[in-house]
Design a protein around this ligand. Sequence first.
Ligand SMILES: Cc1ncc(COP(=O)(O)O)c(C=O)c1O
Length: 402
Amino acid sequence: MLVDTNDIGECGLVSHLEPVDRLKLVKPSGIRQFFALAQEMPLCFNLSVGEPDFCVPWHALDGGWRAVKEGRTHYAPTNGVPELRDALAQKAYRDYGLNYDSNCEVLVTVGGTQAIFIALMALLNPGAEVLIPDPGFVVYEPCVLLAGGIPVHVSLREDNDFRPSMDDVTSLITNKSRVMILNYPNNPTGSMLSYDEVAALSKIAVDCDLVVISDEVYEKIVYDGAKHYCLATFPGMRERTLVINSFSKTYAMTGLRVGCVYGPKELVSRLWLINQYTVACVDTFSQYVALGALKGPQDCVAEMVKEFDRRRHLVHKRLNEFEGFKCQLPKGAFYAFPNIRGSSLSSEQLAEKLVKQASVLTVPGSSFGACGEGYLRLSYASSYKDLEEALDRMEMVLKKHG
Ligand SMILES: Cc1ncc(COP(=O)(O)O)c(C=O)c1O
């Protein structure tokens, strides 16, 4: 076929094949890139993804099977099946004393990921600034960019236990700031916020008229009796907070894709509108599994967290024995985020070395933002036995060449 050279875009592609401008702003996630590398390696230990190795609780699956047998395989309402929204509203009251109207203040989403995306699509005018944590969950920056906003990085430093400094936050706010994204318990650092810190961040949000997207998908995965504080419970916050939650981590339901958003109806209605024209509804079967998960006994969650705790201690102890590694004990979620500066390799070089020489897949800290450089993220959501084996392999490589 003849190609008219006038049709060739800047990057040498025929113009209709060239990515649209907003897609040029975003790169594939660093996690996926390393994951693809590991696919080519047989017997690779994958410590890169945040995916609990547990099965979905039986009573939850049973809820889904029953719904299917009863013929509930059709479209669900765009905002979620009413029984699930009711159960989610009850959960918010039970856990945090928050009253949400299940008809208009709770929205079921395709996991927490889609909730974050539609929240930003609904909240940002072009050029609006969004405070995002750095290092932070890989989805935030691309979603802000796709929604036309400008990400403003708030450094989370190790010497402050990876929590934001209030002075930093205040100094980054301008007259274009609209949204602050917070994520505690935190991915990738495993850190948590104290009551006073949540109160101080809330006060900044109220004083500066910011909407907060509070990503609380790890709310149940906390250790040593630590308490998670839901942002929406602080003075002036319920009306300006979108709380994001998900069934992925708490009930090991990553593949079933159910999340939710809680917020004031003025905000939730905008996200609902986007859902009408993009997903129509969340998978009906999965919503009934989620309902079964919420309605049934919750000891499965406590058991899973107990096992994560055992793995947390193993990973923390072993990583600190490696030359050039220094690792804080994570307080929540299921990630270790060791400082690897002593290895004299960049985080990408070290992750590549580990995958090639030890067949252990980790994520370079730089994938989570510039402030993540000098760190590595390891998920301890894999089995204890796999973690032991992976750490043994890492040790061999790090001792030999470290
Ligand atoms: C901080 C954080 N938020 C949200 C999500 C989204 O999870 P999902 O879309 O499976 O609910 C993840 C997943 O890794 C996460 O780490």
